[in-house]
Design a protein around this ligand. Structure first.
Ligand code: SF4
Length: 460
């Protein structure tokens, strides 16, 4: 990795960066998934009997080639039979939920991976038909069907199939348009491919097209990022997710193929992030949460204005449901009572399901304290503020009394201008937004009371 240089980056001082840019959870859940443990007879799915709406997630782990930056649970293969057989197991797993969620409308469906569009069109139809037999799927107005797609392999015919099946949101993994960067991560994808798919998806009536971009990749620099952003802006996606590349080669084997010397330094990465926010902001995109952007009319932007932004394992989202059922290897589900996660490895998952067993291997049972902190962290991450009166209504004692330790942890952030408070709210400042994970972490009971082997990604 490159040497850090002493500088002031976009108004963030070296002191702030050294104090707050280190490893910290991303809070796609609370408690964080590294805390999950064997359930030993505990059944957090029992609360499914009380729900009135459901999110459904299906994990399709297959990809045709390995991207070196990848941190997803995926299987690189050219044997299509693996995917077809996996689908049988997913549909078998889905049967387990038949009675538990009978008559509950699915308000949000997401296919993630891996590469969900690895599935053939006929298997995509088979998946949706199988799910429809078990879950209350009613695609159409007000229901969000989204899918992650790899622009290198997505066919126009598949777009037709997806629309026909009710998908209305498409997320394209763009990452970066620069050929040198693409070579260094083993993911060559031309701007023409992305352009063709974007135009075709719009013609077919996809309501929202989202691009995933990454900064901090090997060989990236400020000018290559600007060129990528200019191409992105030509195509005007409705949403952009701009993720920070977290280089964790001890955790993700694929990342060992990346030449560490080519990765921009933390200072350069911060400069890229700040420049990207400015670039996208000038082009009219709204900055949501800590890493999402949306055009002003997009539902995600509207949800943010209405204080309805949510955060889940896919990042920022809208359309909250009472529970999430995740199907497939490593998928996580949650209900009011807690979380449960499937076996991670494809072989273990298919073996368990094939033997008629549950694929659930670990999870977490929530208590009232967890639920309170889950809500507090969600408010900070999604709304960038915390209404202390609402907290007091829930706990029945003064905020300062209940959260005295947390306020002590927050004090340096007050002193550094990352947050401020009035009589009603704790508010994250523009500068504090970069470090909102640190602000949320002050309320993470387990981070401060229990050891973990987890290696969190850096904040910046
Ligand atoms: S980045 Fe996406 S396409 Fe590439 S290996 Fe990972 S999951 Fe597969």
């Amino acid at each position: 990795m490159k040497q850090e240089t002493k500088s002031h980056v976009g108004g963030l001082s070296e002191e702030l960066l050294s104090r707050y840019s280190g490893p910290c959870p991303r809070y796609t859940s609370y408690p964080t998934a590294d805390r999950f443990h064997a359930l030993n007879g505990i059944e957090p799915w029992a609360a499914l009997q009380d729900i009135r709406s459901l999110s459904l997630y299906v994990h399709i782990p297959f990809c045709r080639s390995l991207c070196y930056f990848c941190a997803c649970n995926k299987v690189i293969t050219h044997q299509y039979g693996l995917a077809s057989s996996y689908l049988d197991h997913v549909l078998q797993e889905a049967q387990w939920y038949r009675d538990k969620v009978a008559n509950v409308p699915v308000t949000q469906l997401h296919l993630g991976g891996g590469t969900p569009t690895f599935l053939s069109d006929s298997d995509m139809r088979r998946l949706m038909a199988g799910l429809s037999e078990i879950f209350e799927l009613h695609p159409g107005e007000g229901v969000e069907y989204s899918i992650e797609a790899d622009p290198r392999t997505l066919e126009l015919e598949t777009l037709d199939t997806l629309r026909e099946l009710g998908f209305n949101r498409l997320s394209l993994g763009v990452q970066d348009f620069d050929i040198e960067v693409q070579r260094s991560i083993n993911r060559i994808c031309s701007a023409d491919q992305v352009t063709e798919l974007t135009v075709a998806a719009r013609e077919r009536g996809f309501e929202s097209i989202s691009y995933d971009l990454i900064y901090g990749l090997p060989k990236q620099n400020l000018s290559s990022l600007h060129r990528t952003l200019n191409k992105v802006l030509d195509l005007q996606p409705d949403r952009i997710a701009l993720y920070h590349y977290a280089h964790l080669p001890h955790r993700f084997k694929a990342q060992r193929l990346i030449d560490t010397d080519l990765i921009p330094s933390s200072t350069e990465k911060v400069a890229m992030q700040l420049a990207a926010v400015e670039h996208l902001g000038k082009a009219g995109y709204e900055f949501l949460g800590m890493d999402h952007f949306a055009r002003p009319g997009d539902e995600l932007a509207k949800a943010a204005h209405a204080g309805m932004l949510q955060r889940n394992f896919q990042g920022y989202t809208l359309m909250p449901a009472d529970a999430l059922v995740g199907l497939g290897a490593s998928a996580i589900s949650y209900s009011r009572d807690g979380y449960w996660q499937n076996l991670h490895r494809l072989k273990e998952y298919t073996q368990a399901i094939g033997e008629g067993k549950s694929a659930v291997c670990r999870g977490w049972l929530m208590d009232d304290e967890d639920r309170l902190r889950q809500w507090v962290i969600s408010e900070l991450m999604c709304r960038l503020r915390l209404d202390k009166r609402l907290v007091e209504q829930r706990i029945g004692v003064p905020f300062t009394e209940y959260f005295s330790e947390e306020l002590a942890r927050l004090q340096p952030m007050f002193d550094d201008g990352l947050i401020y408070q009035d009589s009603e709210n704790i508010i994250v400042t523009d500068e504090g937004r970069w470090f909102v994970r640190n602000v949320a972490a002050a309320f993470d009971k387990y981070l401060h009371s229990q050891q973990t082997d987890a290696k969190y990604s850096r904040v910046l």
